[in-house]
Design a protein around this ligand. Structure first.
Ligand SMILES: [Fe+2]
Ligand SMILES: [Fe+2]
Length: 143
């Protein structure tokens, strides 16, 4: 039973596809399109991180504190990169290099979560705790 891993992996793939779209849209001359796409991506990625911090990490904090600490640390770094890019997007100057940096950081984080955090959640949490996480994921507002 790997439902948590599989559902969150789908969400990572959705975020990755949005980021790829942003990469192709990051050409001069379409600042409005870029900003609209950025807003969708920013809302989605922040909602994903928030869901992990509200539903997944509290369920694993007591049994796996090191992994939860690492997840929160990486989330803070990701939020910094996201805020930097948000400022660039608003000034109409989305930089290819900054997008690439965020893409790399997100990919590494997602791979680690899929191998570690979600695997732990699937293997170690009881049915009720797993159900609560899946319900939180299902009821979250999506773009
Ligand atoms: Fe995460
Ligand atoms: Fe994640």
């Amino acid at each position: 039973m790997e439902e948590i891993r599989s559902r969150f992996r789908d969400d990572h793939a959705r975020l990755g596809a949005l980021l790829e779209q942003l990469g192709s849209a990051a050409t001069p001359g379409d600042e409005l399109g870029l900003l609209a796409l950025w807003s969708v991506f920013e809302r989605s990625v922040r909602a994903h991180i928030q869901l992990e911090e509200r539903a997944v990490l509290p369920a694993l904090d007591a049994s796996h504190p090191a992994e939860c600490r690492q997840a929160r640390y990486e989330h803070d770094r990701l939020r910094d990169l996201i805020s930097d890019l948000a400022a660039l997007a608003k000034s109409g100057g989305m930089l290819r290099q900054a997008l690439d940096q965020l893409e790399t950081a997100l990919e590494m984080h997602a791979k680690w979560e899929e191998a570690t955090l979600y695997a732990l959640a699937d293997a170690r949490l009881g049915a009720a705790a797993r159900q609560r996480i899946l319900e939180a994921l299902g009821s979250r507002a999506r773009d």
